[in-house]
Design a protein around this ligand. Structure first.
Ligand SMILES: Cc1cc2nc3c(=O)[nH]c(=O)nc-3n(C[C@H](O)[C@H](O)[C@H](O)COP(=O)(O)O)c2cc1C
Length: 178
């Protein structure tokens, strides 16, 4: 069974990670989800545990249960998929900051990484974010570009999380080596 880790950031689109996880489960993948601390305020670990049939990893599991989550996830993963990825996550990944479960996992990876950003269009267009993305791309990290359109805050532009079917297809192509 192919294993995948989905890292979920605290974007308003975090709820879409439930349907994304289901796509992988339905396709026969063993899905492990890691939520940032802030993402646990937006989507319930319990929901994702029920959908994936696996424990969900959070900073609480790292600190309260003393589980070395970053090592466990690294060993479990054939692909690390950050979806939705916040500007904050992308900034941490690009700069070697490892102050939580998700960012620590990223640094410990031995598998390919794919990132689907989601944020306000002004945030996405900011040189700080764009430079971080370019840096990650130069290291071989794959990106699924956000869509143009209306974002939850009411602004128009490029920043909305890509369609989950597109993210799923892009991830499967990497895992299957297509
Ligand atoms: C309702 C709400 C929606 C948010 N949506 C986004 C978003 O789509 N993208 C983003 O980069 N930040 C978003 N933020 C800001 C992040 O939650 C904030 O930067 C947070 O510190 C990121 O933490 P994380 O990367 O550990 O999840 C949002 C915040 C709130 C309160």
């Amino acid at each position: 069974m192919k294993k995948i880790v989905i890292a979920v950031g605290s974007s308003i689109s975090a709820y879409k990670s439930c349907d994304l996880a289901r796509l992988f489960v339905k396709a026969g993948y063993n899905v492990f989800v890691a939520l940032t601390e802030n993402a646990t305020k937006m989507v319930s670990p319990l929901t994702l545990e029920a959908l994936t049939g696996n424990p969900v990893f959070t900073d609480a599991t790292l600190w309260e249960k003393h589980e070395m989550g970053h090592i466990f996830l690294k060993d479990k993963a054939e692909l690390f998929l950050a979806a939705p990825a916040t500007a904050n996550m992308i900034g941490k990944f690009a700069n070697g900051i490892a102050d939580d479960l998700v960012s620590t996992t990223f640094l410990a990876l031995e598998c390919p990484a794919m990132i689907a950003p989601a944020m306000n269009p002004n945030m996405f267009a900011h040189p700080a974010v764009q430079m971080n993305i370019e840096r990650l791309k130069s290291w071989g990290v794959k990106f699924v570009e956000p869509e143009e359109g209306l974002v939850a805050c009411g602004d128009q532009g490029k920043g909305r999380l890509a369609d989950i079917n597109l993210i799923f297809e892009a991830a499967v192509n990497v895992v299957e080596g297509k």
